[in-house]
Design a protein around this ligand. Structure first.
Ligand SMILES: *[C@@H]1O[C@H](CO)[C@@H](O)[C@H](O)[C@H]1NC(C)=O
Ligand SMILES: *[C@@H]1O[C@H](CO)[C@@H](O)[C@H](O)[C@H]1NC(C)=O
Length: 583
């Protein structure tokens, strides 16, 4: 953190300007940071006609003073090598795009000194169709890497070099590289590391950071992957221009340290890559290599390029890279499949959200939801989770003042609930009507969890998990690897969501996880709301809360486009602006 005075001043200015910025977005006017006119739509479904296999490297470059070495490395070595590798038959990408963004270089471009530089396509020989996008600056001002990353994802154009990424790429594998020798100047920007990490995952990117972080006090350790808080793979220069790797299984905070201006690098940037498949690289290794150790520079480049290319191959599928494995099912059951596709099912019954008999070496996992129809829509009224022989059932409460926690542990109301077959249960209460129940899947699945979020009577379930934890599950969230909405036979794809919902109605063989049976139970069919689509449309027309009001409320509280969409939807269907608090 430098320029405290400047930062404080900028913070004051920023608040005013950012309010204007938000409202201008809502009303559809162009924003102050001059991004592309037509942006990539992260929510859009890929049309069947798309054929290109695309990769994107989105660079977020610190343009402050002293960044020359890193900028030159990216421009002359890393980008050409990554681009040309991805085009080789081994990897087989048909189109490789490179985007460029700067931060901390110009005072007047944007409230946080961010600027969108441009995007272009790479050539097979590694050169760029438009070289000007790597003409970064070295000036030095307000360095807010989080804001810059958010904007860089938002500012991905829909069309680059005449290719429409939304309609022509059957897959778009997205990679972001943040380069900075300092920590973030964050006084007035409230995003936390967890929020930022989630935003990156939600947008389907893998992040690599090139930052001031020396690993084990040795510049030969050029970079590392942080698989979980205490499981790391370190890439080490081998003395002759190549590299080897080894594991170090202790918390990275004990052996990674800043050397120069990146005082809070470990707090700000490292948490963003934990468990994502992304990696951290040490700017000090690169600087020593460039200044006086040619082999070290070669090793850095070799490790960086190979690791990055490998990540893209290993950890991307469809339009999603890295984290993947995040899915949720919300208050109003608009369900997000494992591949981030949304659908709605509005029947009332008990449904199998997920099941996996092999979970945790055969302990098994079942998760059922009970939905309730209210007029033309439905919401999740309760959820029950079984692991091994333990079951927890959770319910919300429509009464804002209700101080009680409504749960059943092994069918006993408010039973002593410490764990599910050894997986710790964590209860959190923000206010009476806003609670969280977390099933911590560590240590079997380090850092992974299932989060049940209660807001009044509405329940939202989120999974922060990997293929290791959820790869084998079946149910309403679809197939983990493909996102396909598969029937119980594991083969038939059901694209009619009513049929798909009915397919996953709880059957006697799925077991009884709720403490009481409610109507309907199999063989009675799920109750369907009357013509949900027609009614909904009509009802939206009569709504007191307008789409614009809902969007403004959600936009000011949330940054992730998918959550904003869900939030708007929940507000409109409940006619309750407070629903913004459920996210
Ligand atoms: C790389 O390929 C591009 C496009 O085919 C071409 O214009 C450029 O001259 C090539 N550069 C080199 C160094 O061969
Ligand atoms: C990335 O791919 C590697 C190799 O296949 C795998 O071990 C790792 O779990 C993956 N990470 C994520 C977050 O998908």
């Amino acid at each position: 953190m430098k320029f405290l005075l400047v930062s404080l001043f900028a913070a004051l200015v920023a608040q005013e300007v950012s309010a204007a910025f938000i409202s201008s977005e809502v009303s559809g006017m162009s924003d102050v940071g001059s991004g592309p006119a037509v942006k990539y739509d992260y929510d859009m479904e890929v049309p069947g006609s798309a054929t290109k296999k695309c990769a994107l490297v989105n660079i977020v470059m610190d343009e402050s003073g002293s960044m020359t070495t890193e900028q030159t490395f990216l421009k002359d070595t890393a980008i050409p090598d990554i681009v040309s590798a991805l085009y080789t038959p081994t990897y087989g990408y048909s189109d490789v795009f490179v985007c460029s963004n700067g931060f901390g270089g110009y005072e007047d471009t944007d409230v946080y000194d961010y600027r969108y530089v441009g995007c272009t396509k790479g050539n097979a020989n590694g050169s760029l169709m438009d070289n000007s996008i790597t003409n970064w600056n070295v000036r030095g001002h307000w360095e807010e890497g989080y804001y810059a990353m958010s904007k860089s994802m938002e500012n991905l154009p829909q069309v680059i070099a005449s290719v429409n990424l939304n309609t022509e790429c059957s897959e778009l594998h997205k990679n972001m590289i943040l380069v900075s020798d300092e920590d973030r100047d964050a006084e007035s920007w409230i995003t936390t590391p967890n929020m930022m990490r989630q935003e990156i995952i939600d947008h389907g990117y893998i992040l690599n950071i090139v930052v001031d972080s020396t690993i084990n006090a040795d510049h030969d350790n050029v970079g590392m992957q942080v698989n979980s808080a205490n499981r790391n793979t370190i890439f080490r220069a081998d003395g002759s221009g190549g590299f080897t790797s080894f594991d170090k299984n202790e918390p990275y905070t004990t052996f990674v340290a800043h050397e120069d201006l990146g005082v809070y690098t470990l707090d700000h940037y490292y948490p963003l890559i934990i468990g994502t498949g992304g990696a951290a690289w040490n700017v000090n290794s690169l600087r020593e290599g460039v200044a006086n150790n040619a082999n070290l520079k070669l090793s850095f480049a070799d490790a960086f390029v190979k690791t990055k290319v490998q990540e893209i191959i290993d950890n991307c599928s469809g339009n999603t890279c890295g984290g993947g494995g995040r899915s949720e099912i919300g208050g109003d059951p608009h369900i997000t499949t494992w591949k981030n596709e949304h659908y709605e099912y509005h029947g009332q019954c008990d449904l199998v959200m997920m099941k996996d008999d092999e979970f945790a070496d055969g302990l098994g996992l079942d998760m059922h939801i009970r939905t309730k129809v209210v007029r033309h829509w439905s919401y999740i009224q309760s959820v029950a989770i079984r692991i091994g022989n333990d079951v927890i059932e959770i319910e919300g409460s429509a009464d804002r003042e209700d101080q009680e926690a409504h749960y059943w542990y092994n069918f006993e109301h408010q039973g002593e609930a410490e764990d599910l077959a050894g997986f710790k249960l964590i209860f959190k209460k923000q206010v009476a009507y806003k609670r969280q129940y977390i099933v911590d899947l560590s240590p079997r699945y380090p850092g992974k969890q299932i989060v049940i979020q209660l807001f009044k009577e509405f329940i939202r379930v989120k999974f922060d998990g990997s293929e290791e934890a959820f790869g084998n599950t079946a149910g309403l969230m679809g197939d983990f690897k493909t996102g396909k909405t598969l029937a119980r036979d594991g083969v038939t794809e059901l694209n009619d969501y009513t049929a798909f919902g009915e397919e996953w109605q709880v059957l006697p063989a799925d077991g009884n996880l709720f403490h009481v049976a409610t109507h309907p139970q199999f063989p009675e069919k799920c109750l369907e709301p009357e013509d949900p689509r027609g009614e909904r449309r009509r009802r939206l027309g009569e709504s007191k809360i307008s789409y614009e009001q809902a969007e403004a409320a959600c936009f000011s509280a949330l940054s992730d486009p998918l959550s904003i969409k869900d939030c708007v939807y929940d507000i409109l269907s409940t006619q309750d602006l407070d629903m913004v608090g459920a996210f």
